[in-house]
Design a protein around this ligand. Structure first.
Ligand code: DAH
Length: 334
């Protein structure tokens, strides 16, 4: 095959034509780079054409050389402008994809509400922390010792009966009241004690409009030198006045709890009706002894009550089961 200058000239022209079209039709930067290598790379098509230059006459060589340079520069220019075009398009596409329309309406999320049991607990904790009490908690799975024995329940006390207490297969139990926190707190802390202990309790009660097998109690305990029944009465009167928003008549009835002596049940008169309020009493000396406090030096009072009943009274709820039904139509009212 002869390699005349005209031959090379037409090859260069064909190469330029083909490469220009190929560059114009490319639509990614990777494809563009492949084209650059294939036309202008060391082993590319332009180099291959130029290899034929060695056989040219000395007169033709500079003409073809200059032509080859022109082709090379033209193609480099094409490559560069295509590269800029593709890069700009890439940035545009990225901007379009990442554009945030701040005028779009948001996604609707229903507003959560505080459950009436929790709001009642919060209110009561607020009242007592305002009086200087500290919030304390204890375990829901408990031993017989903390739930009964240290609280002065005799071994055959009916509250231990299988009908009331949920026993676990390992001999532990689910606490039947929050009074276990009295023992746990006093074991760990020296007097003076002022604690309020909210928490879930469990009993094998038949569920009806006023009974649940799982319910919430709040325990109050104050132990110090010189605490008297008058302190207990004053504290309870202040508590009810704060909870109901007005001073209310309060009535103490004698009662019995193993861990208090004397013991009382307290009713509060609200809207003309007597409501059962709470159980309370002076901490039994045996309880103080069980935690290593000297009952000759220290006295104290304790009180305990269910949260659900107050939540029901305050929110006029007729059935305790509504509090646990998870019915949004009910819960959204609060
Ligand atoms: N623990 C009692 C119960 O579950 C409630 C109670 C009564 C707690 C009198 C007390 C108290 O601290 O002094 O029924």
């Amino acid at each position: 095959m002869s390699n005349s200058g005209n031959d090379l000239e037409s090859k260069l022209a064909a190469l330029q034509e083909e490469a220009t079209q190929a560059i114009a039709s490319v639509d990614t930067l990777e494809q563009l780079e492949q084209l650059r290598v294939s036309y202008l790379g060391k082993k590319g098509q332009l180099s291959q054409v130029l290899r034929g230059m060695g056989k040219l006459s000395p007169e033709e060589r500079p003409r073809i050389g200059a032509l080859a340079n022109e082709v090379k520069e033209a193609l480099q220019g094409n490559l560069e402008s295509k590269r800029q075009e593709l890069q700009a398009a890439q940035i545009q596409a990225q901007l379009a994809a990442e554009t945030l329309d701040v005028t779009m309406p948001g996604i609707y999320r229903p507003q959560g509400k505080i459950h009436p049991i929790n709001s009642t607990i919060d209110r009561i904790l607020d009242i007592f922390t305002g009086l200087g009490y500290t919030v304390a908690t204890g375990p829901e799975m408990e031993t017989d010792y903390y739930n009964f024995e240290a609280l002065n329940f005799l071994p055959d006390h009916p509250a231990r009966d299988m009908q009331d207490t949920m026993y676990l297969p390992d001999g532990n139990l689910l606490r039947t009241h929050t009074s276990n926190v009295q023992i746990r707190y006093m074991e760990e802390n020296e007097p003076p004690v002022r604690i309020i202990a909210p928490g879930r309790c469990y009993r094998r009660d038949t569920v009806d409009a006023t009974h649940a097998a799982v319910f919430n109690q709040i325990e109050i305990l104050a132990v110090d030198e010189g605490i008297t029944f008058t302190d207990l009465k004053g504290t309870i009167k202040v508590f009810f006045a704060e909870l109901f928003g007005e001073e209310l008549p309060v009535r103490f009835r004698t009662s019995y709890f193993p861990f208090t002596e004397p013991s009382a049940e307290v009713d509060v008169q609200w809207k003309g009706k007597w409501l059962e309020g709470l159980g309370c009493g002076m901490v039994d000396p045996n309880v103080l002894k069980a935690v290593g406090y000297d009952p000759e030096i220290y006295t104290g009072f304790a009180a305990g009550f269910g949260v659900e009943r107050f939540a029901m009274v305050l929110h006029q709820i007729d059935d305790i089961r509504r509090l646990y039904s998870s019915d949004l139509r009910f819960l959204q009212q609060f």
